[in-house]
Design a protein around this ligand. Structure first.
Ligand code: PMP
Length: 284
């Protein structure tokens, strides 16, 4: 089966896919991206991802590289060409290629790149994962899903070197913001599902939004508010959420077991409900 990438209007073999050295994504991380999960050949929460892309492009004053309708077509065509049943599609849009200058170029066309990857989704959802905690060293617009991911690269590498799946970033006041590529959740000792509210401090995960809707529909008591490390260490359960990890239980935070150190009942319930959503109303 071919593995093609889509680059500015063309489908090209993945190994030869390239953008120009003066692409502003490469020079300045002047671009945004999205990752959408493919399950049984269908996209999960595609509209939510395209809405977030629209918002990020708007905030950064980057034009859409094509109509939204066309974007959806290209995604499907690439998934079809590559024969991906389960995996991910990455969309990247940069401000385009222009002679190096911090100011916006007068006449650059946005670059659009798409790639797919086969992947087992939510691979750790049954066993659970470990997280470490690190200072949040990112900029002040974490709500924008930009390709500037250096802090996340360093955090994820540190997690890997310390035997963990993810690093929870902690703000200057001691509150958890989010993981390097996932949102952070706890079930408090007194039974409330807690996650940080959407603001400039976190990326408002599309999976996060789906889980909040599921929690509301299922009558789970939840609170959108910051939580600190003491509260996290004392939690009954903890999870991470993202398009790739769905709802994955956290069984250890730093050197402390969460609850009894195994995935808990609420995590299991939310995962099942999310999978049902991914195979039902959330699929397109
Ligand atoms: N926070 C950050 C920093 C992320 O990179 C991601 C992954 N895109 C998420 C949260 C989860 O977002 P989503 O549920 O849309 O994948």
């Amino acid at each position: 089966m071919a593995r093609d990438a889509y680059v500015n209007g063309r489908y090209v073999p993945h190994a030869q896919a390239a953008v120009h050295v003066e692409d502003r994504g490469f020079q300045f991380a002047d671009g945004v991206y999205e990752v959408v999960c493919i399950r049984n050949g269908r996209l999960i929460d595609e509209d939510g991802h395209l809405d977030r892309l629209d918002r990020c492009l708007g905030e950064l004053r980057i034009a859409w590289p094509c109509e939204r309708r066309v974007m959806r077509l290209i995604m499907r065509r690439l998934i079809g060409r590559n024969g991906v049943r389960n995996g991910l599609i990455y969309l990247q849009v940069t401000r385009g290629t222009a002679a190096r200058d911090f100011r916006f170029p007068a006449a650059a066309r946005p670059t659009l790149v798409m790639t797919t990857r086969r992947a087992a989704l939510a691979a750790n959802a049954r066993a659970g994962v470990r997280v470490i905690t690190i200072p949040d060293i990112r900029w002040k617009r974490c709500d924008l899903k930009t390709v500037g991911l250096l802090a996340q690269v360093l955090g994820k590498q540190e997690a890997a070197e310390r035997g963990a799946f993810e690093a929870w970033q902690v703000d200057e006041d001691g509150f958890v913001t989010e993981g390097t590529s996932s949102n952070a959740w706890i079930l408090t000792a007194d039974g409330a599902l807690v996650t940080r509210p959407a603001s400039h401090d976190i990326l408002n995960g599309i999976t996060r939004q789906s889980i909040l809707r599921i929690a509301a529909a299922e009558g789970v008591r939840f609170e959108e508010r910051p939580f600190d490390l003491d509260e996290a260490y004392a939690a009954r359960e903890a999870f991470v959420s993202s398009a790739t990890s769905f709802v994955t239980p956290v069984v250890r935070i730093d050197d402390r077991a969460v609850g009894d150190g195994t995935p808990g009942a609420l995590g299991r319930r939310l995962l099942e409900a999310y999978v049902a959503h991914a195979e039902g109303a959330g699929a397109s």
